[in-house]
Design a protein around this ligand. Structure first.
Ligand SMILES: [Zn+2]
Length: 185
């Protein structure tokens, strides 16, 4: 059992520390697990969220969405993604669920690159050439956006993220006990 996997020992400990019935803690864990199960399809969530938020402001449409969808696992289209764009409304990316995880992230970053080019790069284009749109060839520059995206993610996982981790599960629980003490006053 790894340091941060939730097991019966940890559930008992949490229940004692917070004086909450153990069955209640178990139920919260069960419901949390149900919600977090969807995280598997939320690849590159930080980048997706930032782009969504930027484009919502730019288009004035607070409902603008970027979504990623797994294809049918039996689909023969392996190792490529594809995207559909409905300008100012939504951008959908489809991927093969059996794609190698590293390849999948690169593939999604490339597809996001197409949206980036149409929505953001046009704003900065002063060379007099035609603006990019849905019909413009946006290869290979969408891959350049993809490279910067994955560089940023690699940097985050390798250099930044480890600083956020607690050293042990007990230390993590202590953080919340201290939080509770502060908010109780
Ligand atoms: Zn492409």
């Amino acid at each position: 059992m790894s340091e941060f996997s939730v097991d019966d020992e940890k559930i008992t400990y949490i229940s004692e520390q917070f004086q909450v019935d153990k069955s209640q803690v178990g139920l919260i864990h069960k419901l949390f697990s149900r919600v977090i199960d969807g995280v598997k399809n939320q690849y590159l969530a930080h980048v997706v969220r930032c782009m969504e938020s930027y484009i919502r402001k730019k288009t004035g449409n607070p409902m603008f969405q970027i979504n990623t969808f797994p294809l049918d696992p039996a689909s023969p289209v392996l190792n490529v993604g594809c995207a559909q764009y409905y300008p100012e409304r939504y951008f959908s990316i489809f991927f093969h669920p059996r794609m190698d995880e590293r390849q999948l992230r690169a593939c999604l970053a490339h597809e996001l690159g197409h949206l980036f080019i149409i929505e953001l790069l046009n704003e900065e284009k002063f060379d007099g050439s035609e603006p990019f749109d849905k019909t413009t060839l946006t290869e290979p520059i969408s891959s350049i956006f993809g490279i910067f995206t994955i560089m940023d993610k690699n940097h985050f996982y390798k250099e930044t993220a480890s600083n956020f981790n607690h050293h042990s599960w007990e230390a993590l629980i202590q953080t919340f006990i201290h939080l509770q003490e502060k908010t109780a006053n």
